[in-house]
Design a protein around this ligand. Structure first.
Ligand SMILES: C[S@@+](CC[C@H](N)C(=O)[O-])C[C@H]1O[C@@H](n2cnc3c(N)ncnc32)[C@H](O)[C@@H]1O
Length: 486
């Protein structure tokens, strides 16, 4: 007997069956959606307007999921992707979709998500703001080293002998997070960043040390992180490795020296040593090999310091739009106490500091708090106070570092993708702030949190989607809630 749940779905859509689907829209997260005999079918890697052949992988009573086999008919909104790695790379999966259509799809996803996950129909959603730059918009790229290079189909079928199978430096393969595609061109950061990555890749490949592998946690080279100040032209190269003893130190020192000879414009070089198994591009120890171990970026008239571990919004020119919206939505008078929750390097609080009486920021990463404090000094700002700690703990603790800072008139939330913990919402509601400005990089968790804020006595006044990540399914938004009169 089948282990599939009992279903009323049409018989043609069975697990393993090949079906033809006309893709009608993009779901939140970017999967194509069509209907077959009335049943909703999700097909990843497809676009609205395409007719595709797909194999059903999973069938539930209300939907099915299928894998793309062949595009039978292209979409009228398909365009030629710019990148040679488009077919394999997990980076810009919508580079082949007309940009206006990408924006339409994201707008529709915000409104559907707010309705379905937040129960908020007729939300005041403004037209999405497009990114100021379609390409080369990122100020940070994180490339991964791998021991098994992903061989693209075209290369496998070329008849040419495959070289360098056991070394890769690049990005994750589309839909195969554990596989690494070696990249030699990328349209996300800059031509300079491409040249630096290619130089490091060639150098590390020739070295006697191997890329790290999660299979047995052996190997040395782990990540290459390049950060660029788009408004300052400063460049940080962070080489993240496993512990490699004297040979490892010598190799990275040599690489840094040669990198500098070739790219004297690199402002700082850092060697981060990650001895832990977690595959993260940061370390427990950092050696600064050149410069100050940080770079600067400007947003508006302000200068911000960025350390290797600090969060900084990755689309600088998009951030200028985003923060301007935060300021517009906050409608500050000048006498407010503003709490900047999840403040990172203090950027939003500092951006708003001249329009309020006082800013209090909370952030869990110590380096980011150090940056936030130095960012105040750098910009001659003296009305910000930054607290290092877990927000939930600080809100719940009887010995909270927030004590003595009064109650906020305005709260700014800018949480990670997971959104707000219910206890964070509950404690924040108790402050009774006039306004809450919520910046979100995940409309799904935003919708859930917005519902709780509305149930807790606030009204959602405006939602402004901002396209910070063109050609990807990611959506950023700024919103404002006003406290309901009692
Ligand atoms: C989306 S970033 C926002 C940073 C900043 N507002 C900005 O615009 O650059 C989220 C920040 O929340 C911090 N964070 C994550 N979990 C946290 C927690 N439990 N308590 C406090 N901060 C946290 C992260 O380190 C990160 O800096």
């Amino acid at each position: 007997m089948s282990d599939l749940p009992q279903t009323t779905a049409p018989a043609t859509v069975k697990r393993g069956a090949e079906i033809e689907v006309l893709i009608e829209s993009l779901a939140f997260g970017g999967e194509g959606v069509g209907r077959v005999d009335g049943l909703v079918v999700f097909v990843p890697d497809t676009l609205p307007g395409q007719k595709v052949l797909a194999r059903v992988q999973r069938k539930k009573s209300s939907y099915a999921k299928a894998r793309l086999l062949e595009i039978l008919q292209p979409s009228a909104d398909q365009v030629q992707p710019r990148c040679v790695h488009f077919d394999d790379c997990g980076g810009c999966t919508f580079q082949h979709y007309r940009y206006e259509k990408q924006l339409e799809a994201k707008s529709a996803q915000v409104s559907e998500t707010l309705q379905h996950l937040g129960g908020l129909s007729n939300s005041p959603i403004l037209p999405i703001l497009p990114t100021p730059n379609l390409f080369f918009y990122r100020n940070k790229m994180e490339y991964t080293f791998g021991v098994q290079r992903w061989i693209p189909k075209a290369e496998a079928n070329s008849g040419v002998e495959i070289a360098d199978k056991d070394f890769a430096l690049g990005l994750h393969v589309r839909g195969r997070y554990e596989k690494i595609l070696s990249i030699d061109e990328c349209h996300l950061q800059s031509e300079k960043s491409n040249a630096i990555r290619n130089f490091v890749s060639a150098w590390a490949r020739k070295s006697k040390l191997l890329p790290y592998t999660t299979r047995d946690h052996s190997g040395f080279w782990r990540f290459l992180v390049i950060r660029e100040g788009k408004n300052t032209d400063q460049i940080m190269v962070n080489i993240v490795t496993n512990e490699g003893g004297k040979a490892g130190i010598k190799a990275v020192d040599q690489l840094a020296a040669e990198l500098l000879k070739r790219f004297p414009e690199v402002t700082t070089i850092v060697h981060s040593i990650n001895r832990k198994k977690a595959q993260v591009a940061s370390g427990q120890e950092a050696r600064v090999l050149h410069g100050d171990g940080m770079i600067f970026e400007n947003i508006g008239d302000l200068q911000f310091r960025i350390s290797p571990e600090s969060f900084f919004q990755t689309n600088t020119h998009g951030t200028e739009l985003l923060y301007a919206k935060v300021a517009e939505f906050a409608e500050l008078r000048g006498d407010e106490v503003l709490f900047d929750f999840y403040c990172g390097a203090g950027t939003i609080g500092i951006y708003l500091s001249q329009s309020v009486q006082k800013v209090v920021g909370i952030e869990v990463i110590p380096d980011a708090i150090r940056d936030a404090e130095q960012n105040c000094e750098l910009n001659g700002i003296d009305n910000c106070h930054f607290i290092c700690g877990d927000l939930k703990e600080q809100l719940e603790s009887t010995e909270s570092k927030l004590a003595g800072h009064g109650t906020p008139d305005v709260i700014v939330f800018d949480p990670p993708r997971a959104g707000l913990h219910p206890a964070v919402i509950e404690r924040s509601l108790a402050f009774g702030a006039e306004k809450i400005v919520y910046v979100s990089c995940n409309p799904g968790t935003f919708a859930r949190d917005a519902k709780m804020l509305c149930e807790g006595g606030y009204s959602l006044r405006r939602v402004q989607p901002v396209d910070m990540f063109p050609h990807t399914p990611h959506i950023e938004l700024v919103s404002v809630f006003h406290k309901n009169p009692i």
